[in-house]
Write a protein that binds this ligand. Sequence first.
Ligand code: ATP
Ligand code: SF4
Ligand code: MG
Length: 491
Amino acid sequence: MTDLNEKTPASVADGSDGSGSEPLLKVTGLAKHFPITKGVLKRKVGAVQAVDGLTFDVRPGETLGVVGESGCGKSTMGRLVTRLLEPTGGTIEFQGRDITHLSAGRMRPMRRDIQMIFQDPYGSLNPRHTVGGIVGTPFRLQGVKPEGGVKAEVQRLLELVGLNPEHYNRYPHEFSGGQRQRIGIARALALKPKLVVADEPVSALDVSIQAQVVNLLDDLQDELGLTYMIIAHDLSVIRHVSDRIAVMYLGKIVELADRTSLYEAPMHPYTTALMSAVPVPDPRRRGAKSDRILLKGDVPSPISPPTGCRFHTRCWKATQVCKTTEPPLLQLKTGHQVACHHPENGEDQMPGDAPLVADVITVKSAGAEKPSETVVAAETAEPAEAGEAAEVAEARESVAVDKPGAAAEVAEVAEAGESVAAEKPAEAVEPAGAAEAAGSAERADADESAAAAAAAESPDAPTREPAAPAGGDGGEDAAAPSTEAGDTPKK
Ligand SMILES: Nc1ncnc2c1ncn2[C@@H]1O[C@H](COP(=O)(O)OP(=O)(O)OP(=O)(O)O)[C@@H](O)[C@H]1O
Ligand code: SF4
Ligand SMILES: [Mg+2]
């Protein structure tokens, strides 16, 4: 049996001051492809490329936030790092030791140091075990005998996470969602791990409980010297908890930077779009429209991701090179890594390359002094069509500026552009908070759209009724992680 008190916080144990010279976790080229099988013989017919070539490290004592849209591979990344999944490729080093393909038996001692808080506080607790049994399991599995006995230690942990130690014999169904999440946290912390991977630790909780759990994680980090990898899709939570942030898109890290740098000057167009969806909690801006970038369409399938840059089908800056060449994750500023040929707030890596998309429509809203929204209609056009597409886009831009910014109209005009420039089936544009607009976009056929564009080109075109303003104070972008107003960074 081992004495639990022999363990020390990560920053002390590895001799590092937490400044980042010696990473606690080092991940290189990590990939996980889930096979798709068919038939009785389970013939492999394809693979879900859930994560593909992740490279990052986590420094002792820090919190690395991971953010991205649903399905981009965040949970898979967490499960790979904690070795609950077997990687398809790449390496994982923990404190300098390669743990990529350790067997379950050889991994067991490492489990003391690497723990996970699961996404689902309901599904991750065995309903047939008492809380005492659940939180005490790691001691039994690891053969650890805490001073004073398992029961006393479990009760101490329950108290540490804000639960009543008297509830030791209760079952999970007798607790609320927030309390269950605390049970999961107590279990993860039982063996004083060095690294805790928390997968959406608060997404299943209501806002007031979210704040409690986030503050609890914060306090425990200070108290126990923990290193966190916190996965979330909520930008306000990520901003609050993280020292550095990795932004994921379709199985790749597209940007990795410290919190201030990322929020103040995002460099990847995808991050820029995410940030633009964060409402500004300023009462003076009530009613004003924000400069939001509305990404069109859904994330492509990870079964057959787009070639080149995986974001090129939705990016308003895409050029030919984006379609053919995958941009590597490069450090373009100190501590700021980006995978983009044409980064924002930084030097263009491929200046002058032929644009793929010229379909950005800026709409001037009624009464607004400056363009209020940018709708990204990112349909790719072939090179031969580029000139034509540019002309159409130009026509549309002038139309949009001449007329009030009605979301439905934007959708129609964008669609007209697609039918003229790319001769592809019209797709629905998803204006945030304007379901009606999306509906009308879907209904409109190419003829109507072309008519709308032609009518709009005419200076005498009748002005349509503007739709209700979208966004500005909390409208949700379907393509963006959820956000909350009023968050304040912890540090
Ligand atoms: N066991 C599995 N078998 C096959 N595909 C899987 C498996 N687990 C995940 N996937 C697929 O891998 C991709 C990434 O899934 P993952 O759960 O990592 O996403 P996520 O970013 O955590 O999403 P969310 O924010 O919704 O939790 C998805 O397309 C998912 O369908
Ligand atoms: S590489 Fe090209 S498509 Fe990808 S984010 Fe950058 S500009 Fe957009
Ligand atoms: Mg997940």
